[in-house]
Design a protein around this ligand. Structure first.
Ligand SMILES: CC1=C(/C=C/C(C)=C/C=C/C(C)=C/C=O)C(C)(C)CCC1
Ligand SMILES: [Fe+2]
Length: 523
């Protein structure tokens, strides 16, 4: 496990033909493009955290029964500056960079003061997002980088701030069936206010290089005032049903004053995230039509969620599923000094971290105003999730635990915002790194697992079969990194219904453990 994480991966900018074993479905035409950290050491300087590494894009292209692999480092401004200096000169999530130490002290003093709300990095390493025909590499700052699907080359640098007041934006947008993209972010201290913004990016006409320039361009659907001006909640994703946006304002907060002073306090951005276990977690439902926030104050106990799984409406309830933790320790687990521990030490350390559970919340949209305080106002059948009516318009919600130990959840996205049955995810046991791929059947509560020795699977991506009738008619794609020097890494293709292996495509290239990605079908 040790060597695994911290070493730099070589890019393979030219297509590498994969060695195929088994039967890859002929209908599978298109490109799986994914993103993740690939370079953790620059010159003599090393990043502290796995989420700091230079973004390495990679892709598997399925064409007429053949599969080609390629990978290329994102040529972000950060990448270029670091390469030019042959050391880390731009700060990331877990690593604060300082100007050349031998620079005179005035330059240093000046550079300290110029880092109030810092100009964040454009090392977009987390995901790939679609705006109409255009693809962007994304992180959680205000920058995204347009990329070329085929060559993985880096194009325009786009700053959300040019279109909308956003200092941070998630890497987990949603898409509607008309090709519009929805995302959420945080506007810090604009006009003295801190608020969460839900934006809609209409699909840009092909060739428009700027983000969603199609008229009317980026739209703010709704602004949600942060409960705290200087400590807005951190959030990594959100939910969307046919009629509602689900936003969870959790007690895992970004301290703006700490953020603004981190630079000359010599600490990293990660240390500006704070966990407040005695605070509540507020659940906001925003009506997509009226753009209004529902007035009922739904809340639950303190939790930390990174990934929403899905959300839908049924019989006057909004049901949403999330992968949640009982504290904020996950991000601490990804410091490279932890990930490089040998297995025994890692296992001891790993057990101190809270593990994920997939939790279902059921939120009644209406309820009889006269019911007794303390009444459970969930009227939906066969769920143990509850919502207790309290005074002053508060409703205390408790989830049903669907599954334990799953992360990086994906679904058949045709069912996003709709009642669904299957979750495809990575299974993690006391270590954040996925060791198995799993299919969870919400109806029967049964799971199927795939694992193999020395194999480290990525988040499984579902691709629907052409004449799909059922939700799980399709395949699952996962790039599997092999830690056995005698075995090449490979792309695994599973039948999503039977969870049986259909085939695998071995690649003699340096495949890295990545974070998230997308399958783009051949047009
Ligand atoms: C640089 C930077 C940030 C980066 C956050 C990152 C890079 C988060 C990555 C999260 C992942 C990969 C989660 C996986 O599930 C913040 C904290 C938003 C704000 C300050 C500047
Ligand atoms: Fe994520």
């Amino acid at each position: 496990m040790q060597s695994f994480f911290g070493n730099n991966r070589r890019e393979s900018p030219k297509p590498v033909k994969a060695q195929i074993r088994g039967e890859i479905p002929k209908w599978l035409q298109g490109t799986l493009i994914r993103n993740g950290p690939g370079m953790h050491k620059i010159g003599d300087t090393v990043y502290n955290h796995w989420f700091d590494g230079m973004a390495l894009l990679h892709s598997f292209t399925f064409k007429d029964g053949e599969i080609f692999y390629r990978s290329k480092y994102l040529r972000s401004d950060t990448y270029r500056s670091n390469m030019e200096a042959n050391r880390i000169v731009v700060s990331e999530f877990g690593t604060m960079a300082y100007p050349d130490p031998c620079k005179n002290i005035f330059a240093k003093a000046f550079s300290y003061l110029s880092h109030t709300i810092p100009d964040f990095t454009d090392n977009c390493l987390i995901n790939i997002i679609r705006c109409g025909e255009d693809l962007y590499a994304s992180t959680e700052t205000n920058y995204i980088r347009k990329i070329d699907l085929e060559t993985l080359e880096t194009n325009e640098k786009v700053d959300y701030r040019k279109y909308v007041a956003l200092n941070l934006a998630t890497s987990h947008p949603h898409y509607d069936t008309n090709g519009n993209t929805y995302n959420m972010g945080t506007s810090i201290g604009d006009k003295g206010k801190t608020k969460y913004q839900i934006i809609k990016i209409p699909q840009s006409k092909p060739g428009n290089s700027e983000l969603g320039l199609a008229t009317p361009g980026v739209l703010v659907i709704c602004s949600i005032p942060s409960r705290s001006l200087l400590r807005p909640s951190y959030f990594h994703s959100f939910g969307m049903t046919e009629n509602y946006i689900v936003f969870i304002e959790q007690p895992f907060k970004l301290d703006i004053l700490k953020l603004a002073t981190a630079y000359f306090r010599g600490v990293n951005w990660a240390s500006c995230l704070g966990w407040y276990p005695n605070d509540k977690t507020y659940i906001h439902l925003i009506d997509r039509e009226t753009k209004k926030i529902l007035s009922t104050k739904y809340y639950t106990d303190a939790l930390v969620v990174y990934h929403h799984v899905n959300a839908y409406e049924e019989d006057g309830h909004v049901i949403f599923d999330i992968v949640a933790y009982n504290d904020n320790s996950l991000y601490d687990m990804f410091y490279l000094k932890i990930l490089k521990l040998d297995d025994a030490a890692f296992e001891k350390q790993g057990k101190t971290f809270s593990s994920p559970s997939c939790r279902r919340f059921v939120i009644p949209l209406q309820h009889d105003k006269n019911v007794e305080l303390g009444t459970n106002i969930v009227t939906l059948e066969n769920t143990t999730a509850s919502a207790l009516k309290e005074k002053d318009g508060y409703v205390y919600c408790k989830p049903e635990i669907l599954f334990e130990g799953i992360e990086l959840p994906r679904i058949n996205y045709d069912y996003n915002g709709k009642k669904y049955r299957y979750i495809y995810a990575s299974k993690v046991q006391w270590r954040p790194v996925p060791t198995k791929i799993i299919k969870c059947d919400i109806l029967t509560k049964t799971c199927y697992e795939w694992r193999e020795d020395h194999c480290w699977p990525a988040e499984p991506v579902f691709v629907r079969a052409p004449e799909a009738k059922e939700e799980d008619d399709g395949v699952l794609l996962s790039s599997i990194v092999s830690s056995d020097p005698k075995t090449s890494s490979f792309l695994l293709v599973l039948d999503a219904k039977t969870f049986k292996e259909l085939g695998r495509a071995s690649v003699t290239a340096d495949i890295h453990l990545d974070l998230h990605g997308l399958f783009i079908p051949e047009k």
